[in-house]
Design a protein around this ligand. Structure first.
Ligand code: 5AD
Ligand code: SF4
Length: 443
């Protein structure tokens, strides 16, 4: 029987939040918490929220309403809100939902043990400041528990770009890069714990400019240095802005074997008029030129993007430019959204495109993108890829992993284990994955 208190974290949104939830669990580990998958068992529930989607705050308030019921049976249960909704709403959450004990913004997770202790004295705690210190520094004392083969590692946070539709510069603050030595010790630690693939995370990751021993490092330099870690087999990074896609990073895609041939490079729109209104500071032409350069360095790279349809002022001609850009690029993977206004952003002041028009454009855009995605999958049939296996599938002896191109691949093999990197021949393309056959190792 253990007396450990139980922590349930519900994570919304991006990989940054998945990473932050792991760090929060580690921080609260020092206060005696172990994680549980069941909200009903928990002594503390944390909602790690995301503010990028529509009605995010309202959804969190209704979730809190449901969680409040659990408190009726368990008065000592602590209820906390973290993440970008916590940052954006702050004290409003405390005011609107009396059941909430704790509100903590993304820059203050290292203070969780202290905030949690405060809630134990019956005080409701709020911390949504942007401190000068590196929050991750305080979150590094953790036990050497085994990990799965893939992990995220945050190298930079925040964004100075101020796209007219986006809340990130307000909720995550301006751009801050972590120093190289911290990233290195975290990466080495992950590898010692069984990780073979690391995805470097940042809202604007290719703007990375962290301090090294003899001056700042670019993302490309950081990747090349991390590639020297024995046992680390694969490196990825996300999310990038076209204007920070420097020549050295493009070159790394051509000559750094451990950097995987996949790039998420959001363009948002193919219309120069709309790109200007979005404050993106690039044009459709400059983006296409960039794509040519990237493909020259790494011809087989799989490209992914983000698109917004129905941004204020978008005409049918603007939308046609977006479709034309998609045709020109040929994406292997993509995320697309209807524009929805975020209070406090410049675009929120502008007249909106009609809902029906937005829905219609999104459907047409997604039809094109999914044709391209399907084609990219079909093109893999007959090719041999290297798969990093992550977990068992539903069928006996089945394992699921990812190819270099981030395609999910499933295959069967009696001796396969999570963490194995094996050559696989792709035999079939399915809805969202590829089926492969193991190429037998030479005896
Ligand atoms: N409306 C619709 N989509 C948005 N995104 C960010 N803000 C908004 C918004 N207000 C999309 C962008 C971004 C992705 C993470 O979410 O495409 O790249
Ligand atoms: Fe938001 Fe990305 Fe634009 Fe930064 S670059 S403001 S995170 S959409």
């Amino acid at each position: 029987m253990s007396n450990a208190k139980k922590l349930f974290i519900k994570t919304y949104g991006c990989q940054m939040n998945v990473y932050d939830s792991e760090r929060m669990a580690e921080a609260l580990g020092t206060s005696g918490y172990t994680q549980t998958d069941m909200a009903e068992d928990a002594d503390m529930i944390l909602l790690n929220t995301c503010h990028i989607r529509e009605k995010a705050a309202e959804k969190i308030y209704s979730e809190l309403g449901r969680m409040k019921a659990l408190k009726e049976d368990k008065p000592d249960l602590k209820l906390g809100v973290a993440g970008c909704v916590a940052q954006a709403e702050g004290a409003e959450i405390i005011r609107r939902q009396p059941a909430v004990d704790l509100v903590v913004g993304p820059q203050s997770y290292h203070r969780l043990p202290e905030l949690e202790a405060r809630t134990r004295t019956g005080v409701r705690a709020l911390d949504t400041d942007f401190p000068e210190e590196d929050k991750f520094e305080h979150l590094s004392a953790r036990p050497k528990a085994k990990r799965g083969p893939t992990a995220f590692l945050t190298v930079q946070e925040g964004c100075d770009k101020f796209c007219a539709f986006c809340v990130v510069p307000y909720t995550r603050g301006t751009e801050v890069s972590r120093p190289v030595d911290r990233i290195f010790s975290e990466a080495r630690d992950l590898v010692e714990r069984g990780v073979r693939e690391i995805t470097l995370l940042g809202q604007n990751v290719n703007a990375y400019h962290g301090a090294g021993v003899d001056g700042d490092r670019t993302l490309a330099q950081l990747i090349r240095e991390l590639a020297g870690i024995d046992g680390l087999e694969r490196i990825r990074f996300t999310t990038s802005h076209p204007n920070d896609m420097s020549d050295d990073l493009i070159a790394a895609h051509g000559d750094c074997d451990k950097l995987m041939p996949y790039l998420h490079l959001p363009v948002q729109s193919g219309s120069n008029r709309i790109l200007k209104a979005m404050n993106r500071k690039h044009t459709a032409e400059s983006y296409l030129k960039l794509i040519d350069k990237i493909r020259a360095a790494r011809p087989d790279i799989l490209l992914s993007g983000d698109f917004i349809v129905g941004f204020p002022g978008e005409t049918e001609a603007d939308f046609a430019d977006t479709l034309a850009l998609i045709e020109a690029v040929n994406y292997g993977q993509a995320y697309s959204f209807k524009y929805s206004s975020r209070p406090g952003t410049p675009a929120a002041e502008r007249a909106e495109v009609e809902e029906q028009v937005k829905s219609d454009r999104l459907a047409r855009l997604q039809a094109l993108l999914s044709r391209q995605q399907k084609q990219a999958q079909n093109d893999m049939i007959g090719r041999t890829v290297r798969v990093l296996f992550e977990k068992p599938g539903r069928l006996p002896d089945q394992m699921i992993g990812k190819s270099e191109y981030l395609h999910a691949v499933h295959t069967t093999g009696k001796d396969l284990r999570p963490g194995d990197l094996r050559q696989v021949k792709i035999v079939k393309s399915e809805a969202n994955s590829l089926q492969g056959a193991l190429i037998q190792k030479p005896q």
